[in-house]
Design a protein around this ligand. Structure first.
Ligand SMILES: Nc1ncnc2c1ncn2[C@@H]1O[C@H](COP(=O)(O)OP(=O)(O)OP(=O)(O)O)[C@@H](O)[C@H]1O
Ligand SMILES: [Mg+2]
Length: 369
């Protein structure tokens, strides 16, 4: 059992005068035997969170418990070695004076396994990360991606209760990254180890996770399954970060029993849960993903648009459609459904897949993300 409870965790860096909050009031309940991903742009506090969980950083406020055991608080932290956790660091810090084999075997030797057991486990780990044949090399004789895999093997081989992985696949080529991604997922299922995985790659997070914690500016924005965070983003930031999205300007036309009628540019009209505090007339943005818009030949009103740009991507076709009010939409269709640039089309938006957010003052990113 190794569930993690993070309560009200904050951390600032800097001197006495200039303090910068890297992490603000993070609350997260991570169940045992889960694959959790911390996802967000560079500088949003992912590594800081992981370092707090690992015990390398003392929080300014809050606490971290594993099961019922208090591991971190401003009063003190249990040392990293005494936490039963493994960590793969973002810069993959492997020991330069040890060979690949020695790097991977180190933790096993500390645990006093027999020489045969050490050999077997190192062998398995080498196969897992595709490094067989390189066991006698030193890190300076390896590529960045190979060093990263040594770091991964070294932390996996000791089978910790909790494994913390900070962008562990960032230096691998696309094909190997996909292979390792599926190996990691299987490994998590097989071992029941709780994985906390850090990435800024949303497709990696969607593919791997049971739950995703989307972070921005040191704050948790949403914690939910990949399906939830993709289809029901809790705010604009999440909608924007989790793939492609159009923000169509609109306003609340009417509200009845918590349901709002929203009118958007280009004749869009849909019914949705009313945004908190919204009143009739309130400006909103309708967030809709390109795959939830359909196009039909021929203009008509409402919903008329004109194809501005067409990009054939093999498995999909992506169109930019200009709407009468000046907004434009990114739309993805089946590749065999072809329209030409300049053609008039009827645009239909799947209202059940739209999210409505109060309009923000800054509107520089108001069209397609
Ligand atoms: N030791 C430190 N001293 C001062 N500021 C720091 C320190 N470590 C991190 N920061 C700052 O705290 C913020 C969060 O950093 P963190 O490393 O947690 O981000 P991250 O989400 O892991 O980003 P990346 O994806 O680039 O690795 C950043 O603004 C960073 O500059
Ligand atoms: Mg980081």
């Amino acid at each position: 059992m190794a569930g993690i409870t993070i309560q009200n965790l904050s951390k600032s860096y800097g001197g006495r005068h200039v303090q910068m909050a890297a992490l603000s009031e993070l609350n997260l309940n991570i169940a045992d035997n889960q694959f959790i991903t911390l996802l967000g742009p560079s500088g949003c506090g992912k590594t800081t969170t992981l370092r707090c969980i690992a015990g390398y950083v003392t929080p300014d406020t809050g606490s971290i418990h594993v099961d019922d055991r208090l591991l971190s608080s401003p009063q003190g932290v249990v040392s990293p070695e005494a936490r039963g956790m493994g960590m793969v660091f973002q810069n993959y810090a492997v020991w330069p004076h040890k060979t690949v084999h020695e790097n991977i075997a180190f933790g096993l030797k500390l645990r006093k396994l027999s020489a045969q057991q050490v050999r077997d486990k190192v062998e398995q780990a080498l196969v897992l990360v595709n490094l067989k044949g390189l066991e006698a090399r030193y890190p300076n004789e390896l590529s960045g991606g190979q060093q990263q895999r040594v770091a991964l093997a070294r932390s996996l081989v000791v089978e910790p209760d909790i494994l913390l992985l900070d962008e562990p696949l960032s230096n691998l080529d696309a094909k190997l990254r996909e292979k390792m991604r599926s190996e990691l997922k299987q490994l998590q299922r097989r071992t029941g180890i709780t994985f906390i995985y850090v990435t800024h790659d949303q497709s990696e997070a969607l593919a791997l996770s049971d739950q995703i914690a989307v972070m921005h500016g040191g704050r948790l924005q949403q914690f939910g399954s990949p399906f939830e965070v993709y289809t029901k983003p809790s705010n604009r930031i999440v909608a924007d970060f989790m793939g492609l999205v159009n923000f169509v300007p609109g306003r609340v036309a009417a509200i009845d029993a918590g349901q709002a009628i929203i009118e958007g540019e280009g004749g869009l009209r849909l019914q949705a849960a009313a945004p908190t505090g919204a009143a009739p007339g309130a400006p909103v943005d309708i967030a809709v993903r390109p795959e939830n818009i359909t196009l039909a030949a021929g203009g008509g009103t409402p919903g008329a648009g004109v194809i501005r740009e067409r990009v054939f991507l093999g498995n999909i076709c992506e169109y930019t459609v200009a709407l009468p009010g000046g907004a434009s939409l990114r739309v993805q269709t089946h590749p065999l459904q072809q329209f030409s640039e300049g053609e008039a089309v009827t645009v239909t938006v799947d209202a059940s897949q739209c999210s409505i957010f109060p309009r923000e003052v800054a509107q520089s990113d108001r069209a397609a993300a």
